[in-house]
Structures are given as structure tokens and as C-alpha cells.
Design a protein around this ligand. Structure first.
Ligand SMILES: C[S@@+](CC[C@H](N)C(=O)[O-])C[C@H]1O[C@@H](n2cnc3c(N)ncnc32)[C@H](O)[C@@H]1O
Length: 341
């Protein structure tokens, strides 16, 4: 049996920053170390916490900004004690019940996989309560969580969030600019998904990069309806995941609610769109995925990012990053905050 040993060290250094809240002070402190090569000696540390885990790490990027674990999220979430700045989750929607759709002129079954097989409302509630409870422990007190869904699961998720003490901040409607056609012609075409944004604590303020969102929206307040395209072929260079999310959706979420260097968790990682978007925005990522095939796909996607050409290509295809790359670099790295160094 092989084990992973993680050593988490506590720095002895203290310094003072001017800020209005604990979370602001923390982000100022983080930004002071960003991009610096800090040379440390053993005397700089006061404490060290050693944690031993089963060998669940599937892949780690060369600069440690992308860590993927292979296994069951319900088990693995219990096995570490780290707290994240933000969580994005695209859990099973439980809608694989033999439905059909039209793709490139052909009738195809839309079942996603065994993991998405329909559940009774009680089973769905039990599932959602459990992973949302585990995730709450993995969030910093000022952290936020985003969960995507359709009408099949989103109401169950919303009820569980409230019951567990999260505070719902927004329900974003992602309107797909190019939805698939409805072949039954008996009701409206499905063209939306919902993304609930909630914070961990009722009273602790959360991060929101308001100014950046406004600028990305042509200097008007960004609304909770996001018209963004469905997944593009250019995003599927490493194989097909049946429910892969577009990078443009994840990039918007990450830019809105995190700062550079922040840690983001995805407990249902799939092909790790969250991780790819996180790294493109200078954030760090930890993902959990039960399927080895999807872990391989994630690894291939992250390895592509080692190629500067591919990174540039992706940034040029993601609307928000294109805007930022064309002259608003500062905001991408500081979340629009003035930082006194
Ligand atoms: C909706 S997909 C996520 C797709 C992802 N957002 C992407 O862009 O590729 C949900 C994923 O959760 C995984 N999954 C389902 N139950 C799981 C569990 N208990 N532990 C870990 N992964 C799980 C599935 O294998 C599937 O890949």
C-alpha cells in the first residue's frame, strides 16, 4: 500500500495590513506574496501538520496548481482537512432515463451514464444533503459555492443548501445561445440551466468582484442572466465527456468570486473544466472524479496547458478572458482591488 503524506506548515512571520475585514486582510496578505519567490529557512516555521492519506492522487501539475484525486467524493472529502476559497459543483442531475434528442440530424439517446441514473426525490435529497454537508466543512468561512443544475435537481439542491445553513446569494440563469432542438415539438426548447451561488455563512461577507463583472458587461451591472454558448468543439480536444461544461461559464464564475492564487474545489470534476478555467485565470484547483476515463481526460486537458500556444488559443476563445487580455490584465490578477504594497 502506498500513502500520500502532506505536510502543511505554518509561517512564523507576522505583519500588519490595513483592511476593513478579516477576508480583506487575508486577500491583501496573499497578494503581497503573489509572484514573489520567498526564500524560507527552517526558523521561519512555527508548526507543521502531517497528514497521511490513501494514495488517491491521480495527477498533479508540474507547478502544483492542479491536483486531481480519483475516487468517490463521499469518501475522499472526509479524508482531508483543507478549506477552499470557492467550490464549483456540477453534480449528477439524475435525468438519464432513456430520453432521446436530435444531434447532427440523428436521433440519439441522451443518457449520460450510470452515475446519472434517475433517483426518487427522497434518494436525491439524501445524496444532495450528504455532499453539500461535506463540502460546507471544506469551505473557508468567507467561501462560496456554485452548483449547476436543471429543474430536475436544482430545487432539491436549493432546499438542502438552506437547511444546511448556507445563504443563497443568486440563482444565475445560463441561457444557451445555441440550444439543441426539441424533437417532440410538444413543449418549449430547453435552453437554460441554473447555477445557484451561495455562501457558507449567513453573516460572514463573501468575495464578489463587482467592478470586474461590470467592466466585462460593457460598464453596466452584470445581471443574473448569462447568455453564453453551449460547449464548443474547440473545447473537446481531449475526448468527450457527456456533460462537459463550457469554459466560458466556469471562467465567469471564477472571475466573479475568487482572486488570483485562490484554491477552488470541484467534487464532481468530470473532465475538469473547472480546473482548466481556474488555471487559465491564475487560480489553483483540486478535483475529485470517480471515473478513471474522465481522470485521464482531465490530465490530458491540463497537460495541454503546458503548451503556451494552447493556453493562448483557449484564452482567445473565452469571451471574458479575451476582454481582459486586451488591456485589463490588472483586474484578472487582483480582482479589481487596489493593493497597497
Ligand atoms: C455532470 S458531470 C461533471 C462534468 C464537469 N463539470 C465537466 O465539465 O466535465 C458529473 C461527474 O461526477 C462524477 N461523479 C458522480 N458521482 C461521483 C462520486 N460519488 N464521486 C466522484 N465523482 C462522481 C461522474 O463520473 C461525472 O463525471
Amino acid at each position: 500500500m502506498r500513502y500520500n503524506v502532506t505536510i502543511q506548515e505554518t509561517l512564523a512571520r507576522t505583519f500588519q495590513v490595513d483592511a476593513d475585514s478579516v477576508s480583506d486582510a487575508e486577500s491583501v496578505a496573499r497578494s503581497m506574496y503573489r509572484g514573489c519567490e520567498v526564500v524560507l529557512s527552517a526558523d521561519d516555521f512555527v508548526d507543521a501538520d502531517f497528514r497521511v492519506e490513501r494514495n488517491a492522487i491521480f495527477y498533479r501539475s508540474p507547478n502544483n496548481d492542479f491536483i486531481l484525486s480519483h475516487g468517490d467524493t463521499f469518501q475522499l472529502l472526509k479524508e482531508f482537512s483543507f478549506q477552499f476559497d470557492m467550490i464549483f459543483a456540477d453534480p449528477p442531475y439524475f435525468l438519464s432515463n432513456g430520453g432521446i434528442s436530435l444531434q447532427s440530424g440523428k436521433v440519439v439517446c441522451v443518457d449520460k451514464g450510470e452515475w446519472d441514473r434517475g433517483k426518487t426525490p427522497e434518494e436525491m435529497r439524501e445524496f444532495n444533503m450528504e455532499w453539500l454537508r461535506l463540502c460546507r466543512d471544506k469551505l473557508k468561512d468567507n467561501g462560496t459555492i456554485w452548483i449547476s443544475g436543471t429543474y430536475h435537481n436544482i430545487f432539491s439542491v436549493a432546499n438542502c443548501l438552506t437547511e444546511l445553513g448556507y445563504k443563497i446569494l443568486n440563482v444565475v440563469t445560463w441561457q444557451k445561445a445555441n440550444p439543441p432542438v426539441n424533437i417532440s415539438c410538444r413543449f418549449f426548447t430547453y435552453s437554460t440551466e441554473f447555477i445557484i451561488w451561495a455562501r457558507k455563512c449567513e453573516k460572514v461577507p463573501h468575495k464578489f468582484n463587482y467592478g470586474l463583472m461590470k467592466r466585462l458587461n460593457g460598464n453596466k451591472q452584470m445581471t443574473d442572466v448569462w447568455r453564453l454558448p453551449a460547449i464548443g468543439r474547440w473545447e473537446k480536444s481531449c475526448g468527450k465527456h457527456p456533460t462537459q461544461k463550457p469554459l466560458s461559464v466556469l471562467t465567469r464564475i471564477i472571475l466573479a468570486s475568487t482572486d488570483a492564487g485562490d484554491w477552488i474545489l470541484d467534487p464532481f470534476s468530470g473532465s475538469s473544466t473547472t480546473g482548466i478555467a481556474a488555471n487559465l485565470c491564475g487560480r489553483r484547483f483540486a478535483g475529485i472524479e470517480q471515473s478513471e476515463e474522465f481522470c485521464e481526460m482531465s490530465r490530458a486537458r491540463r497537460e495541454e496547458l503546458e503548451l503556451l500556444e494552447r493556453r493562448t488559443f483557449l484564452k482567445r476563445h473565452i469571451a471574458d478572458l479575451k476582454v481582459l487580455e486586451s488591456g485589463e490584465q490588472l483586474d484578472l490578477f487582483t480582482g479589481g482591488k487596489e493593493i497597497a504594497l
